[in-house]
Design a protein around this ligand. Structure first.
Ligand code: SF4
Ligand code: SF4
Ligand code: SF4
Ligand code: FES
Length: 522
């Protein structure tokens, strides 16, 4: 039999007859996005994300279902292909009901994975909880005492009784960690050989120091005071935030290798230009500035402080970044800390010679306002107890209180925000959720299985789970029920997912391209 020779994106290849375009492209190292296709399963060609152009043919074809032909000229990366893929994603999203992130996480200025932290506390896994917290918040015991908790204002539980006490739960995990023999220290990358000066050791500067040290850069923090903390030390009631807590958490950052140089005022003891010459990058986080202060004369100003590119924190001086209160009005400490964290991403990109684009903006599906019958889905799996209150003002939770409070969380987030292909490709192709307006269906959840949760509103009807369950010879397995718009994956005879998936649950979860089938405790 003749071996087909074809060209994909100007690269020539010979493959076995019967090979699909998707497979041939893979052999050339060309990734074609695919959602409904899984190697070893029969293609359903339902998502149409893998479309490509074949020169000489009208329209586009799905690469997962189309076999190669001798002499084919394939293009995978044209404007027409990108637009068709975006439209395919937008169609899927028009009928998609789910929150990639919990409303609390979307609102947290630091973007902390609050639902995961709460699940970890509920399960007694405090080491996991502190790791989750410290991924996004450098000073959680500090912020757990002073943050006015915008996340709690967005908490879904508020619509039912009172918001989950997110801030006290974070403080609980952080306090236990700080009091332990070996408080959590994140792993730092090997030294990059790069040096960064940070002007100001308040919430923004300390957060930037924490993330830059983790990236392997050597940080030196300059501050006009003799101790680190900035407004956290000098602008907060000590009953609310005892100095011992601040000292312990700031010393952890310096324990990662950051150097502190106190009693050093920018403009008097050292200038911005000198820092820019002596260091590979500079981050200014001094707190509010006067625009006419000569210390900042080398930088362009905006209405309220140093002018920055709000997407990446760059100032008008190359290699000099700024964030926190020196670039605008007074902020919550958590917002200033979020500036420090985000600026660290840009500074790391700058030091690595990459384009300085700042933090990636990831696609987020949102359900929006829930109807009463929908919130009941969430309430069904949560404790009915009222919000816990610490015994005395300024106290934190006792262990039993923290456990009880954590059980109140409604687990609003999707359990596959990282692995979900729909989210990943929606980000990559800039897909919008509301391009095609559809009447929204009801959000439902099937959580009877001990390990697996099924949320039909996130299903793209690829049928992979049905095939996998059949191959595993599940007695009941899964099937499509209903017609047209209302078609759904379900266990036959109205039985539960635990009855349908006795052997193949884990494989179905791993193969499901979205968060429709997911493990509960992730
Ligand atoms: S299934 Fe994907 S797109 Fe949908 S909510 Fe989950 S992570 Fe977001
Ligand atoms: S109930 Fe839990 S997951 Fe939902 S918004 Fe509140 S804290 Fe976040
Ligand atoms: S639940 Fe099944 S049919 Fe739906 S997206 Fe996941 S694997 Fe595909
Ligand atoms: S149609 Fe090819 S991956 Fe979905």
């Amino acid at each position: 039999m003749k071996v087909p020779k074809l060209t994909i994106d100007n690269l020539n290849i010979e493959v076995r007859a019967g090979t699909t375009i998707l497979e041939a492209a893979g052999l050339l190292g060309i990734e074609i996005p695919a959602m409904c296709f899984l190697s070893g399963c029969k293609p359903s060609t339902s998502c149409m994300l893998c479309v490509v152009k074949i020169i000489g043919k009208t329209g586009l074809v799905p690469a997962c279902g189309m076999k190669v032909e001798d002499g084919m000229l394939v293009q995978t990366d044209t404007q027409e292909v990108a637009e068709a893929r975006r439209a395919a994603l937008e169609l899927l999203l028009s009928d998609h009901i789910g929150d990639c992130l919990g409303p609390c996480q979307v609102t947290c200025p630091a973007g902390m994975n609050i639902p995961l932290m709460i699940r970890q506390i509920a399960r007694g896994g405090l080491s996991g909880a502190i790791e989750t917290i410290k991924k996004d918040i450098a000073l959680p015991a500090v912020l757990g005492r002073i943050c006015p908790a915008p996340c709690e204002k967005a908490c879904r539980r508020r619509a039912y009784d009172q918001p989950v006490a997110v801030c006290l739960l974070k403080r609980y995990a952080a306090d236990i960690d700080l009091a332990s023999e070996q408080p959590y220290l994140p792993v730092c990358k090997p030294s990059s050989g790069m040096n960064v000066a940070i002007a100001g050791a308040g919430p923004a500067g300390l957060a930037a120091a924490y993330y830059l040290q983790r990236k392997g850069h050597q940080v030196t923090c300059f501050d006009e005071n003799d101790r680190a903390g900035g407004m956290l030390r000098y602008g907060v009631d000590k009953k609310l935030l005892p100095e011992t807590v601040l000292d312990k958490e700031t010393s952890m950052i310096f324990g990662l290798g950051a150097i502190f140089k106190g009693d050093t005022k920018i403009g008097t003891d050292i200038s911005v230009q000198e820092l820019a010459v002596d260091f590979d990058a500079v981050f200014i986080a001094t707190g509010p500035i006067q625009n006419d202060d000569p210390a900042w004369s080398s930088l362009e100003k905006g209405q309220e402080g140093i002018a920055i590119n709000s997407g990446n924190y760059e100032t008008s001086l190359k290699g000099v970044f700024a964030g926190g209160d020196c670039v605008g009005r007074r902020k919550l400490a958590v917002r200033a800390a979020a500036h420090g964290k985000e600026a660290a991403v840009s500074i790391d990109q700058y030091l690595s010679g990459k384009p300085v684009t700042g933090s990636e903006k990831t696609f987020n599906s949102r359900i929006g306002k829930l109807r009463d019958d929908e919130i009941n889905n969430f309430l069904r799996n949560a404790s009915d107890s009222p919000r816990e209150v610490p015994a005395r003002k300024y106290d934190g939770f006792e262990p039993e209180q923290a456990q009880r409070e954590a059980q109140r969380c409604l687990d609003c987030d999707c359990r596959k925000p990282v692995d979900c292909k729909l989210r990943r490709y929606a980000t990559e192709y800039g897909a919008r959720q509301n391009r095609y307006k559809n009447e929204r269906r009801l959000f439902t959840q099937k959580a009877q299985h001990p390990d697996v949760i099924y949320e039909p509103g996130k299903c793209i009807k690829c049928g992979l789970c049905i095939q996998i369950a059949a191959e595993a010879k599940e007695r009941l397995g899964l099937t499509f029920i209903g017609r047209g718009f209302d078609v759904q994956v379900a266990v036959p005879f109205g039985r539960s997912i635990s009855e349908g998936l006795k052997k193949a649950a884990a494989k179905c979860v791993q193969s499901c391209p979205t968060g429709a089938l997911a493990f509960k405790n992730t």
